[in-house]
Design a protein around this ligand. Structure first.
Ligand SMILES: NC(=O)c1ccc[n+]([C@@H]2O[C@H](COP(=O)([O-])OP(=O)(O)OC[C@H]3O[C@@H](n4cnc5c(N)ncnc54)[C@H](OP(=O)(O)O)[C@@H]3O)[C@@H](O)[C@H]2O)c1
Length: 277
């Protein structure tokens, strides 16, 4: 949705809405947005920060899409952008505060949760996952979907680590279920885009999928604390539930935190011609 349209919808009913634009695929862009939000908070132009929703996400038809930072784009947007924002805004949260990161059923990687439509995650060292070509046959749509499910597993790992490392803030992973009709298939071929836009929305009338309005309501319920969920938990649509067995892995969680810290640190990851100092 265009930013102005989104702002207008959010402001419906008299709420005050401020927007700060950011390309979440650019570390520089995310840093600049976080700095602007901090400025507005410090100046009292925004009320104390009580929540953060990391809902943006992408899926590509390959595992080779590269950002300006030399990162694989799925990992950059779905994992590192949220990490950078949570860290950059960390000191500005009031109490109580909730951080909610949108994840996905695809992290299970089994027939029951994905109807066999999306390959499961394929974990490896975070520094490898963060770079283009981390998965087998990286030019294929299967590799792109594997990058997606793996990024959602990574997001759950970080939620567990945030819960340990960010006292005073409730951090929750939210799974909307399959939500047909959104723009998530925008990078797919014409047939898949047509199916996502025109055919699959019919599924939203069955228990196999979630309508877009319901997914939005469930997300709002999590952020506003109307869905009871302890910090570090996984909310499946409207109730706290257990995520996959693989998603509870303190060693991977710590490793991923360390890598995310390194990857989002303020140095250019590639030689920067023309940079000084
Ligand atoms: N649809 C599903 O079946 C499903 C299932 C489970 C989880 N999810 C998750 O739900 C979340 C929302 O996805 P959706 O299905 O609603 O898809 P969507 O319609 O494509 O929404 C994705 C959002 O992410 C934003 N975004 C993507 N790349 C960005 C970037 N580089 N910089 C700034 N914003 C960026 C998009 O902004 P623009 O529109 O401005 O590009 C859009 O608002 C995602 O995290 C997705 O993984 C979706």
């Amino acid at each position: 949705m265009a930013r102005d349209a989104a702002g207008a919808r959010l402001a419906f009913g008299g709420s005050s809405v401020t927007h700060v634009a950011a390309d979440l695929g650019s570390l520089r862009g995310v840093r600049a947005a976080a700095a602007r939000i901090r400025e507005l908070l410090d100046a009292g132009e925004l009320p104390p920060l009580r929540g953060f929703v990391g809902n943006a996400g992408v899926q590509y038809t390959n595992a080779l899409t590269e950002t300006e930072d030399g990162l694989e784009a799925t990992f950059a947007v779905n994992v590192l952008a949220n990490h950078l924002l949570v860290r950059a805004l960390g000191g500005h949260f009031g109490t109580p505060a909730r951080v909610v990161i949108t994840v996905s059923d695809t992290h299970f990687g089994d027939l029951r949760h994905n109807l066999g439509l999306v390959p499961g995650p394929a974990w490896s060292a975070p520094e490898v996952l963060a770079r283009p070509g981390a998965f087998a046959r990286p030019t294929t749509a299967t590799a792109g979907s594997t990058a997606y499910s793996t990024s959602k597993l990574a997001a759950i790992y970080l939620v567990h680590e945030y819960a340990r490392r960010l006292p005073g803030i409730d951090v929750i992973a939210y799974n909307p279920g399959f939500v047909p009709g959104t723009g998530l298939a925008r990078n797919a071929g014409p047939l898949a885009r047509f199916a996502m836009r025109r055919l699959l929305p019919v599924m939203a009338r069955t228990p196999l999928a979630t309508g877009q309005d319901a997914a939005g309501r469930h997300l709002a319920d999590v952020v506003l604390g109307r869905t009871p969920a302890p910090t570090g938990s996984y909310v499946d649509r409207h109730r706290a539930a257990r995520s996959s067995d693989e998603s509870y892995h303190p060693e991977r969680e710590r490793e991923l935190w360390d890598a995310a810290e390194r990857l989002t640190a303020s140095y250019p990851s590639r030689p920067c011609h023309g940079c000084h100092g």
